[in-house]
Design a protein around this ligand. Structure first.
Ligand SMILES: *Cc1c(COP(=O)(O)O)cnc(C)c1O
Length: 392
């Protein structure tokens, strides 16, 4: 797809050429099973262990604290269900937020059916959790706090260090879904007192279907996938060797020159926001004005349906998202936008443009040009917008 403008990097990212290059031999030449004891198997095992070291290094964790999974959703499920079941004797209460990814929220709903109690913290208008409410929610039955690092829809970054401090003081495990943050923000699990952390390779230019759960040594957690002895008996199944190798390379590349890459992304992001506001009226920016992911833009256009906007953008060769990849296709507006206090009708007109390393200034300008045309055209068909104009 030449000339295609991809601004949906929070949904997934392309695999970088250098990443693919490292993966390829593990599909064909080096196809050994890491559990086999002959040398072909050993080669695969070594490749898996090298990748584990790279992931550990990026998080300031130990390699034996990294467990490979089939992506972010599995890591989220494992963290929540695993800690819940293993610590049942201690308590049955979990604290999370209203704006988590469905990998967390739907797992919490499942655990509620199993007899666990879940507190869903509110967020403020920018999508930041309330630390006072967090402290007040803690009881002697609380076994786990799970708060995402950065939100996938509105990009807001949470006060992770403060949450880690509160959890540590109370002796409660702290899990963070860092799928949107890893590779984009430097994370030190020790400095931040994180006990468990989920990540997924395809959000930082690695392959889909591979991720990891960081589990601090000593954390009591049950196994989710039973079977063979892989991952030191804690996650069965023959390793996705090419995927794991790709994830190792991708995380290494992601943290190279991160500050320069982020400065460039922030300048693209702010250019995009400014141009949208300069050209289109009745817009609001969702998420925190500054404390947000470098590539995230999320705006609501009043009197517009997000879905129509996406279809029109697609016809211009522009890929974006309304709500999150998982919520689009459903009629309910995004739970995140409702949680920050947007009325239903405004939440329906949301657009997420998530920038990545491959986007350019020219693309930003082109997108705003097309967006302005599309919004004007769609609004011309909206009786509500026509009324507003007459009042003015
Ligand atoms: C993408 C995403 C997930 C799910 O990861 P998969 O690898 O697609 O299963 C979980 N949490 C957040 C915040 C995400 O952005």
């Amino acid at each position: 797809m030449d000339n295609y403008i991809y601004m949906d990097n929070s949904a997934t990212t392309p695999v970088k050429e250098e990443v693919l290059k490292e993966m390829l031999p593990y599909f064909t030449k080096n196809y050994g099973n890491p559990s086999s004891i002959y040398s072909l198997g050993n080669q695969s095992k070594n490749a898996v262990e090298i990748a584990r070291e790279k992931i550990a290094k990026a998080l300031n964790a130990k390699p034996n604290e990294i467990f490979f999974t089939a992506g972010g959703s599995e890591a989220d499920n494992w963290a929540l269900k695993g800690v819940a079941y293993a610590n049942r004797n201690k308590g049955n209460h979990i604290i999370t937020s209203k704006i988590e990814h469905h990998g967390i929220l739907h797992t919490c709903e499942y655990l509620e059916k199993q007899g666990f109690q879940v507190t869903y913290l509110d967020v403020d208008e920018y999508g930041v959790v309330n630390l006072k409410q967090l402290e007040d929610a803690i009881t002697d039955k609380t076994i786990l706090i799970s708060i995402m690092f950065a939100n996938n829809e509105i990009g807001t970054i949470q006060p992770i260090k403060e949450i880690g401090r509160i959890a540590k003081e109370k002796g409660i495990y702290f899990h963070t879904d860092a799928v949107q943050a890893i590779g984009h923000i430097r994370i030190d699990v020790n400095e931040l007192n994180i006990d468990l952390l989920s990540l997924a390779a395809h959000k930082f230019y690695g392959p889909k279907g591979v991720g990891a759960l960081y589990i601090r040594q000593g954390v009591k957690i049950d196994t989710l996938i039973s079977g063979g002895a892989q991952e030191r008996n804690r996650r069965a199944g023959t390793e996705n060797v090419p995927g794991i190798v790709g994830m190792g390379k991708a995380i290494e590349l992601a943290y190279e020159n991160l500050e320069e890459k982020n400065a460039r992304l922030i300048s693209l992001r702010d250019r995009l926001i400014k141009k949208i506001f300069d050209n289109i009226d009745h817009v609001r920016l969702n998420g925190h004005p500054t404390n947000r992911l470098p590539g995230n833009v999320n705006v609501c256009f009043e009197f517009i349906e997000g879905e129509s906007l996406l279809l029109s953008l697609d016809m211009e060769g522009i890929a974006a998202s309304s709500g999150s990849a998982c919520t689009s296709g459903s009629l309910e507006p995004s739970h995140v936008l409702l949680a920050i206090g947007l009325p239903h009708e405004v939440a329906h007109g949301s657009l997420r443009l998530s920038l990545g390393e491959f986007n350019t200034e020219e693309e930003v300008d082109y997108v705003v040009e097309k967006l302005t045309e599309i919004v004007t055209r769609l609004r011309a068909m909206s009786p509500l917008y026509e009324n507003i104009k007459e009042v003015k």
